[in-house]
Design a protein around this ligand. Structure first.
Ligand SMILES: Cc1ncc(COP(=O)(O)O)c(C=O)c1O
Length: 290
């Protein structure tokens, strides 16, 4: 794989394993090889599939980040994030490019992270410099809520994947829907990558195009009764948002297109409710909006 975007100043490649809001899957194994051939690490945001469905370290990724606010916490009640370092990237072999890890750091007792911490150089610096400088430490109560959420991750993800596939299949057959994008559908262009990296299951984000465009999209989210109108993802509850009239409403139609957000696009984050209740609510809101 070659790439014209990388030059001598590039420090890392960053991607999402499943993209939010598009729900596309990135073929990050070859991206890791590309990054390494340029002497830089691959960082993967694995928030949407979670470690239960996808383990990017097994495909050459060097560093993984997660928003804990989403599926890991799982209840939309706390904000947090984690950086997980594989410890495998050879920072010491790229002294000039990563001088912050290879030269003495005056702000921390003159330590040279690669010498003092070895494989833990990157994550040790992440703790003692950016974390200290920004103060972005979890409160004890949020840490407790997130740890409790993680205890049920596996059962929540099983149910969420099952529910999301059922909603996607139902939407495909709804006359008020222009298109459905869910990487877990057999006819999705991302499905081969879902099979390769995620054991065939694609988590809980799906998007669809509603007939009637911007106006119908706004009416749809107003008409929902069970599904909550909220721009978070990964909650125990189903959430819906219409980006063109909410998160992206300041953009012109051209800017929306550039951001990959069409005026008819509705994003759903499917939760744990009974599938019959979810389908009934989505169907009645579609009927009311179109
Ligand atoms: C894939 C992904 N990563 C990271 C974030 C940022 O999460 P937080 O709000 O916890 O900072 C989001 C938020 O939408 C996301 O969807």
């Amino acid at each position: 794989m070659s790439c014209t975007f990388l030059d001598g100043k590039t420090k890392a490649i960053f991607c999402e394993s499943i993209g939010n809001p598009l729900g596309n899957v990135v073929d990050f194994g070859p991206l890791a090889e590309l990054a390494h051939s340029h002497g830089i690490p691959l960082i993967v945001d694995n928030t949407v599939p979670t470690p239960y469905l996808c383990r990017p370290f097994e495909h050459g990724t060097d560093i993984i980040v997660h928003s804990l606010t989403k599926y890991l916490g799982g209840h939309g009640n706390s904000i947090g994030g984690v950086i997980v370092d594989s410890g495998k990237f050879p920072w010491i072999e790229h002294q000039e490019k990563f001088s912050f890890l290879n030269k003495p750091d005056k702000s921390y007792h003159g330590v040279t992270y690669t010498e003092t911490f070895g494989e833990a150089a990157y994550i040790a610096r992440a703790r003692v410099v950016p974390l200290r400088n920004t103060g972005a430490a979890l409160s004890p109560f949020n840490a407790f809520l997130i740890l409790q959420g993680i205890e049920t991750l596996a059962v929540r993800m099983d149910r969420i994947c099952e529910n999301t596939l059922a909603v996607a299949n139902q939407l495909k057959n709804n006359a008020n829907v222009n298109w459905v994008q869910y990487a877990g559908l057999d006819d999705s262009s991302s499905k081969p990558l879902v099979d390769k990296y995620m054991g065939g299951r694609a988590s809980g984000i799906l998007s669809f195009g509603i007939k009637g465009g911007r106006e119908a999209g706004a009416k749809f989210i107003d008409a929902l009764q069970l599904v909550t109108r909220l721009v978070n993802i990964g909650d125990a509850k189903c959430l819906a948002c219409h980006p063109a009239t909410t998160t992206h409403r300041q953009l012109s139609p051209e800017e929306l297109a550039k951001a990959g957000v069409s005026e008819d696009m509705v994003r759903l984050s499917i939760g744990l409710e009974h599938i019959d209740d979810i389908l009934a609510d989505v169907n009645q809101a579609l009927a009311a909006a179109t």
